[in-house]
Write a protein that binds this ligand. Sequence first.
Ligand code: ADP
Ligand code: MG
Length: 682
Amino acid sequence: MTVSSNRQLVCDLQGVGKTSAEELRQLGIETLEDLFSYYPYRYDNYEIRDLADVRTDEHATIVGKVHSEPVLTYYAKKRSRLAIRVLSGRYLITVIAFNRPYLKKKLKLGDKVTVTGKWERNRAVLTASEFHVGLPEREERIAPVYPVKGGLTVKRLRAIVRQAFRQFPDCLSENLPSKIINDYKLMGRKEAVYEIHFPSERSRLKQARRRLVYEEFLTYELKMQAYKLKKRQSSYGIPMNIQRDRLRSFLGGLPFSLTRAQKRVVDEILDDMASDAAMNRLLQGDVGSGKTIVAAIALYAAWTAGYQSALMAPTEILAEQHADSLQKLLGPFSVNVALLTGSIRGKRRKLLLDQLKEGTIHVLIGTHALIQDEVVFNRLGLVVTDEQHRFGVGQRRELRVKGTDPDVLYMTATPIPRTLAISVFGDMDVSTIDEMPGGRKAIKTYWVRHEMMERVIRFMRSELTKGRQAYVICPLIEESEQLDVQNAMDVHAQLTQALPGFRVGLMHGRMVSEEKEAMMASFKNNRTHVLVSTTVVEVGVNVPNATLMVIYDADRFGLSQLHQLRGRVGRGNSQSYCVLVANARSETSMEKMRMMTETSDGFRLSAFDLKLRGPGDFFGKKQSGLPAFRLADMVHDYRTLAAARDDAARFVKDPLFWESEAFLPLRRPLIEAGILNNDRLD
Ligand code: ADP
Ligand code: MG
């Protein structure tokens, strides 16, 4: 008699000896729990199908009756082809079996056969990969296929999993409360785990997966929500006393009125700032949705409450641009805005740092230079980071440490579906600007081949003649900055020649920041008319007079990046254009180009991008901080994710969750992860 529990080790299974145990360990499987959650990544399908439902080129298993004498032909030494007419349902088909000459003697007219193979509808041919005389006798009609390595075969692993179910039938106890099971009509745990390994039919497999995906999300979200709740209860932020009347007159002085969405997120942010919990909020909005002004309002509000604030940008160019526009917005209200970058050195730097320490600088803008040790604030209350996904998690944390517990606002122009944002940045609140300021003309996007560059240049000339400006993003050669620079120079030379009378500028990653800044300034002031650049203009740059964006090798960029680049135009009142230059290299690249020409909705594009590239690539592997789910797919299963998140948020706030027996199985992982004691997430 064995006491069954998930902690049971696989070596306790009958038939699993030292060798097998070691092979399993190589796959990360030591306990029964590990084994049960080692899910198949696909299934071999041996379900009996009706040919009417099988698409051409699909693999399927059918049963039928031998309808004619098999015809055997040899076409090379020992290579043979057997053709048998088989009646399967209403279909009289030809089954072809290669290199199974022995079947000819074995088969008699009228014999029942079970054949698995590839179906070609037009020729009514099924090419057999498996051939069995008689009716199906397989145990598993839908058989699991596991990732394996070493000496362990899929077949062997199937047997081990089977043995585990046989030997410890009761070790999978339910861990979800019955209300949840009933409300969502979820399959029980034991059944679901069994079905995910050995599905009895497609629909049951689907139900099993649904249940396990929910469970996986819920477990994850409970950690996130518990962590967030705990942090909220323990960390004392700064309850800012924002001067509402001053804020109102600031808003009244803006050259435009805020969109409904901007108003909403401003309220969310100001509420956080006024509360005594530290703000930890993600602000996402499409390119051009007006995040800068929202940040400006928050910075101003902090100032009215007597606090300093910091704004971090990923590049010097952006930092400078922010400094520029914030100076214009906040300067007239006697807010002292300063810029600190790596290129500010010597006396100027020292003076600036002194003023910061004294508190006479109210808003400090810069790159990650802001998190160096020498930078000391007097009374830091708010930190805003622009394009936060470009900052490493560590850098963000360091900045927090600069204040006691400052409010932090992360801005990103790579919007992702809300539910995803909430789980990706699990311990943050999320504000979304889902509306564009009115009166903008949609950017017209075209996809052309390289051969059409001459026409593109002609079009560029006509735009320039109207007084507009253009960006040209250079051909990209991965892994070689040297070649990228060479390419940029070639394009620059070509355009200079093709566009007499206009000034064509060049900007690339090899230039020092002073050179880049000078070039950017020249483009901003319309002294340079065409800016040829590697991707350094990617984020945030704002030159409203630029109406044309040409992107070479557009298919080499991710959709989100293309969308970002496109967002550099269409910032003024004139019609803007984006030309994607790409020769179709693959199905995916064509698909990307089509998506770009069809939609300007950044949320849609990023969702699609996620699907193409997977979340790891999308956010950059190292700093993604994304959870790796076994079964669940954050993009595909986003509805379930949303439900799990809401449930988790509700649970952790409910005393019952922390006390009642029914929640013990869900509570235990939280306690074991140390979330409630050590402020740690894993
Ligand atoms: P992003 O969200 O990409 O950072 P910006 O903050 O740069 O967008 O805003 C893009 C442009 O839209 C700027 O020129 C800004 O002045 C303008 N803008 C922002 N909000 C509004 C609004 N409510 N009405 C009209 N124009 C606005
Ligand atoms: Mg911006």
